[in-house]
Design a protein around this ligand. Structure first.
Ligand code: ZN
Length: 280
């Protein structure tokens, strides 16, 4: 027979699970597709006036969605300087002059008109939530991710993708591995919102370097299903990425072995996986 204490523990566990789920709902995130495979994100906090847009490469679909819902934009977040992530800044600012443009301090020269520049560890208030800035260079020199613990979400730009990572245009393997390592340790329930819908190709590649990973195989099948139905595969979660993303798993002996580098340093394994993906 179960003791009162055990019942109490179970009750506490259920309460914690329930409150975790409630917390995650404090940040509403809508996907706005742009260009061929970009995602712009629309952020709202129920009961608050804050309205955010993340990485508007194109202002047109973002403004259309804001207007459709009658929302006044208050925050524009930029993860990095590539045009498909910030090309819509000027048009958004023209339409919503009070919206604050927030982006990496180190990209002041390449992202014009920022109202708030941020660096590693900085906090950005967003109504009742706050975002912590995580510097994740590698794809570009000054790339940042925005993480809200209370909102259980991270906006990872072109650093961490679902089952993939960004190309290293301005960085090197050790740097990108280190950047991904910062995201890897976020709470496993953290929802991952990345810059592109690359998931299906990423899954196909992941299976070539992690062929015995059953969770990966199951996820790849699910992704095929979603894409066949024209549905997005985003968001992922940190927990799922840790189990299925080969770029977060370069320190797994099975992956090192699969790419012919058993016993090698994870950075070397990571570099090899990245080169293989570049040529996939
Ligand atoms: Zn980019």
């Amino acid at each position: 027979m179960r003791s009162v204490w055990q019942n109490g523990q179970l009750a506490i566990l259920r309460f914690l699970e329930a409150s975790e789920a409630m917390t995650a709902e404090k940040l509403d995130v809508e996907l706005i597709p742009a260009f061929r495979d970009n995602y712009i994100y629309l952020l709202r906090v129920p009961g608050s006036d804050v309205v955010g847009i993340v990485d508007a490469g194109d202002a047109t679909p973002a403004i259309a969605e804001l207007d459709r819902q009658g929302l006044a934009l208050t925050h524009i977040f930029n993860t990095h300087h590539h045009p498909d992530h910030m090309g819509g800044n000027d048009a958004l600012k023209a339409r919503f002059p009070d919206a604050k443009l927030i982006g990496p301090l180190s990209e002041t020269a390449r992202i014009p008109g920022m109202d708030l520049t941020v660096a590693d560890g900085d906090k950005v208030e967003f109504g009742p939530l706050s975002f912590k800035v995580i510097e994740v260079p590698g794809h570009t020199r000054g790339h940042v991710a925005f993480w809200t613990e209370k909102g259980a979400a991270v906006f990872s730009g072109d650093t961490l993708f679902a089952m993939g990572c960004g190309r290293m245009f301005e960085g090197h393997a050790a740097q990108m591995w280190n950047s991904l390592g910062k995201l890897k340790w976020l709470p496993s329930v953290t929802r991952v919102y990345c810059g592109h819908e690359y998931t299906q190709t990423n899954a196909r590649f992941a299976l070539t370097v992690d062929p015995d990973n059953r969770t990966l195989a199951a996820r790849a099948a699910e992704v095929d299903h979603l894409r066949a139905a024209g549905k997005p595969t985003i968001p992922s979660t940190i927990g799922l990425e840790n189990e299925t993303n080969p770029f977060l798993r370069a320190d797994e002996p099975a992956i090192a072995k699969a790419v012919g580098l058993a016993g090698a340093d994870p950075v070397q394994v990571f570099a090899e996986i990245r080169i293989r993906k570049d040529n996939f």
